[in-house]
Design a protein around this ligand. Structure first.
Ligand SMILES: Nc1ncnc2c1ncn2[C@@H]1O[C@H](COP(=O)(O)OP(=O)(O)OP(=O)(O)O)[C@@H](O)[C@H]1O
Ligand SMILES: [Mg+2]
Length: 228
């Protein structure tokens, strides 16, 4: 059973040409894959359909065989708990500590306080920030800030993590470190989808790559083919 499936999905924003057109693919649990393509190819749009910040114009998106068209109203936040999201600009609250930023999704979900501290510390350790929980985001380096964003996306233990250009603001060395962090996630049960236009970086990761071109899925490259 696929964890995520796009069946003939198209998305047209009002007043423009299709951002996605007739896109179909499936992702199995425990995979890590990249979505790449030129600026405007539809990468962000594809991810937005997965975490329900947009809806398809045609076709169906399924998570665990559940049609997301049926996920509405109060079910949307429940769905979002299963799908962690990492943004390029991390979107941290600058007046809250690292701890508070990471705890936020749990507090919103009504997780008991006693549980919150434990979970936040576990995930901060995982991203290598175990000793920075009291810091404010602006007291951290760009790479560390991005790690906090990743910790926040992981803290609710989502089945699926989607990251949109998560290394877009980082130098190559830091980008590589963040990618290693993502690459370790499938082993602990989190499926990972990363949008990136950095082809060199994507190729080095030796993972499956979906290639978008003007909204069309033009290639689905397996890691074996990438190595060639
Ligand atoms: N909210 C929106 N309203 C209208 N058009 C949009 C909106 N978001 C994206 N688009 C258009 O949809 C197309 C796909 O955009 P999208 O952001 O998905 O591309 P992308 O591959 O993520 O590009 P980039 O690499 O620049 O982030 C583009 O033509 C874009 O202008
Ligand atoms: Mg984008």
């Amino acid at each position: 059973m696929a964890l995520l499936r796009f069946d003939n999905v198209s998305k047209t924003y009002a007043g423009s040409s299709p951002a996605l057109s007739d896109v179909s693919f499936a992702v199995e649990e425990g995979e890590m894959l990249f979505v790449t393509g030129h600026s405007g190819a539809g990468k962000s749009t594809l991810l937005r359909l997965v975490h329900l910040s947009e809806r398809p114009s045609r076709g169906t998106v399924l998570v665990n065989e559940r049609n997301l068209a049926k996920v509405r109203g109060r079910k949307v936040p429940l769905h979002r708990r299963q799908v962690g999201v990492v943004f390029q600009d991390h979107r941290l609250l600058t007046d809250r500590s690292v701890f508070d930023n990471v705890a936020l999704p749990l507090l919103i979900a009504g997780t008991p306080r006693s549980e919150v501290g434990k979970r936040v510390r576990t995930v901060l350790d995982k991203v290598g920030l175990g000793d920075r929980e009291r810091a404010l985001p602006l007291q951290l380096s760009t790479g560390e800030q991005q790690r906090v964003g990743i910790a926040r996306a992981l803290v609710a233990q989502p089945q699926l993590l989607v990251a949109d250009e998560p290394t877009g603001n980082l130098d190559p060395q830091l980008a590589a470190e963040i990618m290693q962090l993502f690459a370790a996630l499938p082993a602990s049960g989190t499926t990972v989808i990363i949008a990136s236009h950095d082809l060199a970086l994507v190729k080095r990761m030796r993972q499956r790559v979906l290639v978008l071109d003007h909204g069309k899925l033009v290639d689905d490259i397996s890691p074996e083919d990438l190595a060639a």
